[in-house]
Write a protein that binds this ligand. Sequence first.
Ligand code: NZQ
Ligand code: ZN
Length: 381
Amino acid sequence: MKNFTFLNPTKLIFGKGTIAQIANEIPVDVRLMVTFGGGSVKQNGVYDQVKNALKNHNFIEFWGIEPNPRVETLRRAVEMGKTHDTNYLLAVGGGSVADGTKLIAASIRNAADPWEIVRNGNLVDELIPLATVMTLPATGSEMNAGAVISNDATTEKFAFYSQHPQFSILDPETTFSLPHEQIAYGICDTFVHVMEQYMTVSGESPLMDRWAEGVLLTLIETAPKVMSDKHDYDAMADYMLSATMGLNGFIAMGVTEDWATHQIGHELTALHGISHGQTLAIVLPALLSIMRGQKMAKLLQYGERVWGITQGGPYERSEEAIRRTEEFFRSLGLATRLSELGIGESTITEIQNRFTSRGSRHGEGRNIDGAKTAEILRACL
Ligand code: NZQ
Ligand code: ZN
């Protein structure tokens, strides 16, 4: 096990009817801005619950943080926050609203442009505290310090790291209104978060391995239930907690991480607007196949413990583990090939050139450069 420091200060408030608890968590004397996406919260009753909980607070509202939040939109929120001297933020929605709000919180008391903050996070010296009401289980943004921001002008998408939410409210009932495809994207995103922290070097921590495998097995068991009945409260609660546990640092203590699938996926979103979870379903199986050599020991462990694969030589077993992974994504109704989305060689060349000119070296071995990325993407065709 490698040395590590672990700190996760987010207070998690979980369960039915918990949105009302906002009232006690946010001081009444703050200058509060509440941020939202495109309006799903008005249809599913979440907005009314938040408004009701905040009946003794003064607050302003910012609407329109879109999926893959754009810096162009967030700049407007930052201006509004500066004008009102906002000193507390509450994000209500999916990961995009939470992520966008993390950038707003880092920008209000800052002279730098928000995109400069994304690209050079150490420009930040004063963060405004934030909290979330998370309505879409997927990103873990409710309990981590990360955020991923898109730039329309440059067709780029980059992660930056700032602060954990002070508290996050997760009421599984808020997810009952999710469209089928968002549930599929969310399950895939969660699955791949775990894989990015697990499918690397073997033997670093049996404890982390078991926790990661526990989340993967829970997702595999829960996915058919939530895909066939999104009103199954207990199944949705398990999936929601899996998403949080998948990316809040709990399965990453002292172990080597990968994140190359995400880096490649972000480029597919930046260039083609493909939903985050969908990009991962395409990239992960091909990446496992191309990087099989360095991942072999972990692939065999994953195959045996997660999919029960015990027959055959190492190559056959690893092949079967990759095949089962792709089959799982397809069972969610997701595409697993670039060609299904009409994407081909020109996009592969563009991503290769981007990674090469940035000098990118992704993955646990820092050996996924532009050329290796092109090889992986060709295996996604
Ligand atoms: O905008 P509204 O109207 O709210 O609708 C949203 C949006 O259209 C809708 N939605 C959310 N909750 C709903 C709902 N519709 C009905 N009922 C509900 N309860 O779902 C759509 C997608 O929302 P979005 O927030 O974009 O999805 P998600 O939570 O998957 O977030 C994706 C973003 O998070 C980033 C991704 O790159 C992407 O930009 N990620 C953030 C991470 C982090 N902060 O740690 C890690 C992840 O790897 C990921 O990269
Ligand atoms: Zn993700």
